[in-house]
Design a protein around this ligand. Structure first.
Ligand code: SF4
Length: 154
C-alpha cells in the first residue's frame, strides 16, 4: 500500500495514536472520508427505539460527489441533522461500519481505500463505497414513503 501516513509521533499515524477527543480540528476533518453514508435517511420506531437505515439520501446531499450542499449551515437548515463529535460517534450506532470515526473509536484500522492511506479518493471511488454509488436522492422521495426504502435495522 502506498500513501501518506500523517504521522504525529514519528511512528504511528495520528488516527492510531490519538483518541478522537484529542484530535485537532484539522485531523478530525481529514478523518472523514466523505462517503456521505451517514447522510442516509433513517426511521426510528418510537416504541422499540429500533433504527432503520434507508437507501434514500438526505435531500441536501449532492449525489454527484457525496457532499452536503449546505454543510456550513446544515444543522440550522435541517433540524434532524447532527454535528458529529466524539460523544456522538460513541452514541450513534447507525454510523456505517466503514466510517473512519467509528473504526477509530472501536480500535480498528481504516479501510484500505481511505484517502488518508491512499493519498486521494481515487481508490475509494473504485471500491464503490460512497453514497453516490448506492443512494436514491431524497429530493424525489416523500418522507411518508421512506419505509419503502428500508435497507437494514441497527
Ligand atoms: S460515514 Fe463517517 S466517514 Fe463517511 S461521510 Fe459520514 S462521518 Fe465521514
Amino acid at each position: 500500500m502506498t500513501g501518506k501516513k500523517n504521522e504525529s509521533d514519528g511512528n504511528a499515524p495520528f488516527w492510531e495514536s490519538a483518541p478522537l477527543s484529542r484530535m485537532t480540528r484539522k485531523q478530525w476533518e481529514s478523518l472523514c472520508d466523505g462517503c456521505g453514508l451517514c447522510c442516509m435517511e433513517k426511521l426510528e420506531d418510537a416504541e422499540t427505539g429500533a433504527i432503520y437505515v434507508t437507501s434514500v439520501a438526505c435531500q441536501y446531499l449532492d449525489l454527484s460527489n457525496s457532499r452536503c450542499r449546505v454543510y456550513e449551515t446544515r444543522t440550522y437548515i435541517n433540524d434532524v441533522c447532527i454535528e458529529l463529535t466524539p460523544e456522538a460517534v460513541a452514541k450513534y450506532r447507525w454510523l456505517p461500519e466503514t466510517c473512519a470515526y467509528r473504526r477509530v473509536l472501536e480500535g480498528r484500522p481504516l479501510p484500505e481505500w481511505h484517502p488518508l492511506l491512499c493519498g486521494s479518493a481515487k481508490m475509494m471511488k473504485k471500491a464503490g463505497v460512497t453514497a453516490c454509488d448506492q443512494a436514491i436522492s431524497g429530493e424525489s422521495i416523500h418522507p411518508d414513503d421512506l419505509h419503502h426504502f428500508i435497507e437494514y435495522e441497527v
